[in-house]
Design a protein around this ligand. Sequence first.
Ligand code: PLP
Length: 426
Amino acid sequence: MTDRLPGFSTLAVHAGAQPDPTTGARATPIYQTTSFVFNDADHAASLFGLQAFGNIYTRIGNPTNAVLEERVAALEGGTAALAVASGHAAQLVVLQQLMKPGDEVIAARKLYGGSINQFTHAFKAFGWNAAWADPDEIESFERAVTPHTKAIFIESIANPAGSITDIEAIAAVARKAGVPLIVDNTLASPYLIKPIDHGADIVVHSLTKFLGGHGNSLGGIIVDAGTFDWSKDNKYPMLSEPRPEYHGIRIQETFGNFAFAIACRVLGLRDLGPALSPFNAFMILTGIETLPLRMQKHCDNAKAVAEFLSTHPAVSAVNYAGLPGDRYNALQRKYAPKGAGAVFTFSLKGGYDAGVNLVSNLRLFSHLANVGDTRSLVIHPASTTHSQLDDAAKVRSGAAPEVVRLSIGIEDKEDLIADLDQALRA
Ligand SMILES: *Cc1c(COP(=O)(O)O)cnc(C)c1O
């Protein structure tokens, strides 16, 4: 080894992993066990009291998951991470540390449809209110700030249209309001955008998408940037006040710049329970090893497909930030210069019916509700993921009736273009 700091591709393969000390196994083993034997009674007591780090029970932590956590923290430039069962579980666990009934989270209107549902209905039932702001109009975030605001939540590349968010501008609003900026970096992955470099305090992912990358395992992760002062103004008592369940320790005082990741583990995951299976952690770790290779191919293919669609007579518009004329092209060149991602939308002249027809005529593209698979995927949001929204909300979130969403895979781009061409003719 040299003194050089390892580059992104090296971290994607190695960060967090060592040969297994007992067996020499080079790939990270799947520690498929619920629990771990204590050395002695004192060891057990110190683990339960958070005086020592170690394995207790897989709901709280597991060695396979720990490698995944260290790897994603390294790729994102955070201090620590916590893996959980899904992207939605990550969002739940993050907000549980920050919100009390009556508190507010300001959320970008352009979000994954499932997140809009989660914030609107499930979180509302906890008394956590969402105030919606428009990521294309930074002032709308400023206007939404109230004394009850506890966090701002955005996507770096936003679903479904692949629009690029001005993270630095929204981070400035969060700093001024004294609240953390949470960035869902699922569609970009740290290969394209590292939100912490642009002012994010917390990064969340659905590992289910590009990080796992093969459409075979659900997972989620929370990355702590280590940047936020949780004790200021006593706004975040879960982190700043003595915890009765841990002999009165204060999480921030004890754990410093990885206090948020610890709180998510020992208060969130421990008590809410959405643990990631070590088998899924293994699958996702294997996926991450090829993230840089896959992501570049996803982006290059997506650009070629977007260019093809933009000249097609059946298509009225293509929303792909990688196209020179796109309204997000300047933001893409600033935030995601390696590529604009692989998820984008386009509009059909034939409206809702043309959208429904297209998804039924495609052969190579799979019609399903997912993104970030090696395989190319298609969905008509208005009749599926966004069907619960009223018409105005559909348009506001980028899912108007004539809109089709693609997630471009890593096949040969000529085959993807040929399939779209035949389906658009049919
Ligand atoms: C899929 C997705 C989620 C939810 O993740 P799950 O793993 O399905 O729970 C959240 N945000 C974005 C941007 C997503 O694409």
